[in-house]
Write a protein that binds this ligand. Structure first.
Ligand SMILES: Nc1ncnc2c1ncn2[C@@H]1O[C@H](COP(=O)(O)OP(=O)(O)OP(=O)(O)O)[C@@H](O)[C@H]1O
Ligand SMILES: [Mg+2]
Length: 235
């Protein structure tokens, strides 16, 4: 497969939530394509469906209609086991609410995807320690996530997302709970790793300065994705 074929392709993705009596049409046919190595940011009002879209791309939530394909593979067509394997090998996700496992220490959290793939070899353990070093938590390998501050949890979540050298990194407001200095560090690291690994990046952020560092700036509005006209790409 050529590099130009290696991409994330979201086509006509729609999602309706029914809560109470009234259905909420969150996504109404979202189209998006992100080539290998390209970064995009997504803005959109609270409740516009950004997290829902990222969850659908990651296969954590199903779309009512439409398709998501990654590097030519249609994710809907995969069974649960194959989907879990693709998620572990190819997708790194930083969630808005961390989603760390409180029963496991910091190092074991970072090793989660490697564990699922059955590869807790020494090189993998070394990579996990190195990543934790890079996010400034080399001294907290055996802490419980419950003992960490919000910013520290987010940095563990970032190390975990990067562990398996994903081709696609999904980051949902990765700096939402961080002070400015820590936030800059996290963003720098995300871009640095994307460059090193030639990963694609889809990042939800409300910070125009961080959005401006991505190759393309998108806006999710009224259930549809558009190029962000207020902040056109390249500015
Ligand atoms: N499981 C669910 N059941 C019912 N409604 C849901 C569910 N998940 C999300 N929603 C609704 O879908 C809409 C989109 O939610 P989503 O979390 O994707 O928004 P968002 O753009 O990420 O918002 P924020 O910027 O606040 O994080 C919201 O109105 C939310 O209440
Ligand atoms: Mg959200």
């Amino acid at each position: 497969m050529s590099d130009s074929e290696k991409k994330l392709k979201v086509r006509r993705v729609a999602k309706i939530f029914v809560s109470g009596d009234s259905p909420i049409e969150v996504l109404r046919g979202v189209d998006m394509a992100v080539e290998r190595g390209v970064s995009v940011s997504i803005r959109g009002e609270s409740g516009s469906g950004k997290t829902t879209l990222l969850n659908i791309i990651a296969g954590l939530e199903t779309a009512d209609s439409g398709t998501v394909s990654l590097n030519g593979m249609d994710l809907q067509s995969l069974n649960e086991k194959k989907l879990a394997s693709v998620r572990c090998r190819q997708i790194g996700m930083v969630f808005q609410a961390y989603h760390l496992i409180p029963e496991l220490d910091v190092l074991e959290n970072v090793l989660m995807a490697a564990r699922i793939l059955g590869d807790l070899s020494e090189p993998n353990r070394r990579r996990a320690r190195e990543l934790l070093e890079r996010v400034g938590l080399g001294g907290r390998l055996h802490s419980s996530p419950t003992q960490l501050s919000g910013g520290e949890k987010q940095r563990v979540a970032l190390a975990r997302a990067l562990m398996n050298r994903p081709t696609l990194i999904l980051a949902d407001e990765p700096t939402g709970n961080l002070d400015e200095k820590t936030a800059h560090g996290v963003i720098d690291l995300i871009f640095e790793i994307c460059r090193e690994e030639n990963s694609s990046l889809v990042m939800v952020t409300h910070n125009p300065q961080y959005a401006a560092r991505t190759d393309r700036q998108l806006l999710l509005n009224n259930g549809l994705m558009t190029d962000d006209i207020k902040n056109p790409a390249g500015n």
